[in-house]
Design a protein around this ligand. Sequence first.
Ligand SMILES: NC(=O)c1ccc[n+]([C@@H]2O[C@H](COP(=O)([O-])OP(=O)(O)OC[C@H]3O[C@@H](n4cnc5c(N)ncnc54)[C@H](O)[C@@H]3O)[C@@H](O)[C@H]2O)c1
Length: 379
Amino acid sequence: MPDIPVAVTRRDHLYMIRIGSYLGDALRSVVEAALGASDHIVVADARVAALHGLEAVFAATPKWRHIEIEAGEWRKNAADYIALCERLLALGMDRQTVLVAIGGGVTGDLVGFAAATLLRGVRVVQIPTTLLAQMDSSVGGKTGVNMAGGKNLLGAFHQPDLVVVDPAFLRTLPEREYTAGLAETVKYGILGDKDFFFRLLEDAGRLFTRDADALAAAIERSCRLKAGIIGEDELESGRRRLLNLGHTFGHAVEALAGCDGAILHGEAVSVGMAMAARFSEKQGHLHADGADAIESGLARLRLPRRLDDLAAVAGDAIVGALRRRLTTDELPEALGKDKKAAKRGLTLVLPFGIGDCRSVEGIPVAEAAAFMRDFAHCE
Ligand SMILES: NC(=O)c1ccc[n+]([C@@H]2O[C@H](COP(=O)([O-])OP(=O)(O)OC[C@H]3O[C@@H](n4cnc5c(N)ncnc54)[C@H](O)[C@@H]3O)[C@@H](O)[C@H]2O)c1
């Protein structure tokens, strides 16, 4: 299976995404061969560690230490970040220590942020174990935690030194998490690769059964698209913004639902992409056929498009409360507090066609909020 180089030109930093079969002892050797360090601390999602026998893998040698954390969106906060840093310091880590994050996007973002900030920065390896993390969050160096005001408000850019992707981890991923991960995959098709979008829809049946070849192909294409964008624009001053397709609306949905994982990130992004498509149509940038195709693509992959779809997975009580909060001032606050919001209006990534997304600046927060309210009631 392939190695995908990620060359971050701004910092002259090059790292590899290695996609292959590494579960077991090979997890140690692939990291040692790439980084040559003598001290590693694995921070693993406790559930993943139990399901895949990770403690035994890393107990074999004193060069490796292993700790576990609980994952889930509600653990991605400042208190858990500080607690993790204290644990790592108590283990006597120094600037030569390599941190190894094993888990989904929450573990990756949390451990990545600890690596960015502890001792003014140490090396980090990402070993993602959810579909979302394998296709998206482990690559690109965005790290951070949520604050009361919204998602990822405390964070840093800190590129990993290696990303190791083994699709075999996905065998144990719960169905809902797996499906939500497909949202970030289809995002790559919508934002920059029309053929990939339609190939994903053709492969939907194989993806639902977690067919290894279909998964490896989808992960590879997503990682290549992301690596190309990150290499050019690490700090999101231009093209990288496109990766936020569906995220401004999606983050507002997540924030108003409580940022506690009741609605999964991928589910919120999926609804956010449907909103972005319809908003783009309303603004005259996207033909109705394009918006229909995006929505039916999401439906083909069993992804939510409307709040009713979210209610089917998260429950009526959660979505009922979300609907109520959408009608209050909390909505413009959630949209306006999004860290990507410029002072003079929102910058939204909108599809102009499948495979052709653009950043549109200066959209008044009130206009986006009014649109979201209409959309939320248009079922
Ligand atoms: N840094 C980035 O560029 C970036 C990009 C997209 C999303 N994100 C972030 O990623 C987070 C979501 O990530 P996520 O969906 O992976 O969530 P997660 O890390 O909370 O994992 C979801 C659940 O799956 C479990 N799990 C993980 N791997 C498993 C496996 N192999 N088998 C069984 N269970 C497993 C976890 O314990 C957890 O309960 C959000 O906080 C989002 O903001 C970051």
